[in-house]
Design a protein around this ligand. Structure first.
Ligand SMILES: [Fe+2]
Length: 520
């Protein structure tokens, strides 16, 4: 995009200084009439000696950001103490209009498993202080890690009391497994709050949508409390998309333009490593994250590389569906892939090479077979692993054959909390438990009807716990011998000060797959 000097003059109202500078010159000492750091700060992707720091300059966040079409210098620093007396690393980043004046920097020279504090400065504006933590040393096998997973935070469906609670939990990190924003409105007639724009299609639209979500103080608090790892599901782009296919079967080039805009805006608002988005509709976000030798997290991308859905709804051209399994034999075709061949191969290698005590697969949705039929008939949901059963069986057979140590699958998407057993044959009671599964309920998105959960529990004996009545998140405390899961539940999602309590807890003992009710 070419920026004229006239555009620059018109758009620089928020920045009263430096009007005489040429557009290409970096504004080193900008003056702001309004706080440019209202979207908060975040950190992510912790390594033993490094962590990513994020912010975005946006004095007018809901209307494009309010920044001039010029690069701006942003200073950052990270310290071993909250008063910034012992600075460990600092630097200058250039926030550019091409990236919505977002800043992604890698802080280095840190010590493993330590807390740090960081902040940003632009002109005379100073950001809030964020806290972050490095990963344990690579060979650390003794420690204890605590982390949470979150997913599905529809803005209109509720407040983020779950994040208020999460920020108080002394977590080492958070994993977000998708639906960070929602592109559409659905489900709740009595909206708790409202999207301020219509469905996003362009880069500008998606930026404004992210800005609205990120203005939430509890979400900001959870980001400022510890580093995050993130992956996306469908709603960061469009409901039920699959690779280059939208649910409305838009022309591929049109949809890929939209996907590029959505992916860029995702990068601009997440604490992803610098350079994760390199332009265009592709962006690699799956990868391995080591937490010493205690846990290794394989974080998956379930959208970009998947095969198209089979058996779409009658009134739609594509996308997921609830199908009677007898009406959709295409579903079980061998070779249908949810991850794509490259990611599948990478995942198998990563699992086989892991020295970790606990091998976490963090992905977006429920992995266990889930017959959701209220009556006798077997009904499954094709947008999740039940739409790709051959790929699921292949992965679980691989985990069993390679004797992967303590595999734990984590997911979200379904808006109910779940603990269960993963098996290579869910229909055979004698089939051994291969891995454990925990699914978090939604942060705020509307849950399923009670009858659905009752049917799920009645018809799927490998599902040990399911609750769709509460919003919340799942917290894990992991030591070499024991994995503890605490399902945290929000009493009233319409109240941002709602009480949050533990609705269930489960444990896994080393080398004994399958969640057990915690009796300790
Ligand atoms: Fe969702």
């Amino acid at each position: 995009m070419q920026n004229t000097r006239r555009d620059f003059l018109l758009r620089s109202a928020a920045l009263s200084a430096a009007l005489s500078l040429p557009v290409s010159r970096v504004l080193a000492q900008p003056r702001f009439d309004r706080n440019p750091f209202v979207l908060g700060v975040a950190s992510g992707y912790p390594q033993p000696e490094a962590v990513v720091l994020w912010t975005r300059l946006a004095p007018d966040p809901l209307h494009g950001g309010g920044m001039p079409e010029a690069p701006v210098a942003v200073h950052w620093e990270i310290a071993a103490d909250v008063r910034f007396r012992k600075i460990i690393d600092r630097g200058e980043a250039i926030a550019t209009p091409q990236f919505a004046h977002a800043v992604h920097v890698q802080a280095r020279g840190l010590a493993p498993a330590h807390w740090y504090w960081y902040r940003f400065m632009a002109g005379d504006a100073v950001s809030a202080v964020g806290r972050t933590r490095t990963a344990p040393a690579v060979d650390d096998a003794r420690g204890r890690i605590a982390f949470a997973i979150a997913s599905c935070q529809h803005y209109e469906h509720g407040h983020y009391a779950a994040y208020r609670d999460m920020a108080q939990q002394e977590l080492d990190f958070v994993v977000h497994v998708g639906d960070y924003i929602y592109e559409g409105s659905w489900g709740r007639r009595d909206k708790v709050r409202e999207h301020h724009t219509t469905e996003p299609y362009t880069l500008a639209d998606y930026r404004n949508r992210y800005a609205q979500y990120k203005l939430d103080p509890h979400l900001q608090a959870a980001h400022a409390a510890c580093p995050w790892l993130v992956t996306w599901d469908d709603h960061e782009v469009d409901n039920d998309y699959a690779g280059d296919r939208s649910q409305d079967m838009d022309p591929v080039d049109v949809f890929l333009q939209r996907r590029a805009a959505a992916y860029q805006a995702y990068y601009e608002h997440m604490p992803l490593p610098p350079g994760t988005w390199t332009g265009g509709p592709d962006m690699k976000i799956y990868g391995t994250h080591a937490m010493g030798n205690i846990a290794r997290i394989q974080l998956l991308d379930m959208r970009q590389y998947r095969d198209y859905h089979v058996c779409p709804r009658q009134n739609r051209k594509a996308g997921g569906n609830q199908v009677n399994v007898l009406d959709c034999p295409e579903r079980t075709q061998p070779g249908r892939s949810l991850l794509g061949a490259t990611q599948e191969q990478w995942l198998e290698n990563a699992l086989a090479q892991s020295p970790a005590r606990w091998n976490v697969i963090a992905q977006t949705t429920l992995m266990a077979q889930a017959d959701r039929g209220i009556a006798e008939e077997r009904v499954v949901y094709t947008d999740g692993w039940d739409g790709y059963p051959a790929a699921r069986e292949k992965l679980l057979r691989y985990i069993a054959a390679r004797k992967i140590r303590n595999p734990v699958v984590l997911g979200g998407d379904v808006h109910f909390a779940m603990a269960g057993n993963l098996k290579t044959d869910f229909d055979d009671e004698r089939s051994p438990v291969v891995a454990s599964e925990f699914v978090t309920t939604s942060i705020s998105s509307l849950g399923p009807a009670r009858a659905r959960i009752e049917a799920l529990l009645a018809k799927n004996p490998h599902v040990k716990f399911a609750n769709g009545a509460r919003r919340g998140y799942a917290k894990f405390t992991v030591t070499p011998r024991r994995w503890e899961t605490s399902f945290r539940a929000v009493v009233n999602v319409a109240d941002d000060q709602s009480r949050v309590y533990e609705m269930a807890n489960y444990v896994i003992e080393d080398r004994r797959p399958g969640p057990q009710r915690d009796k300790s």
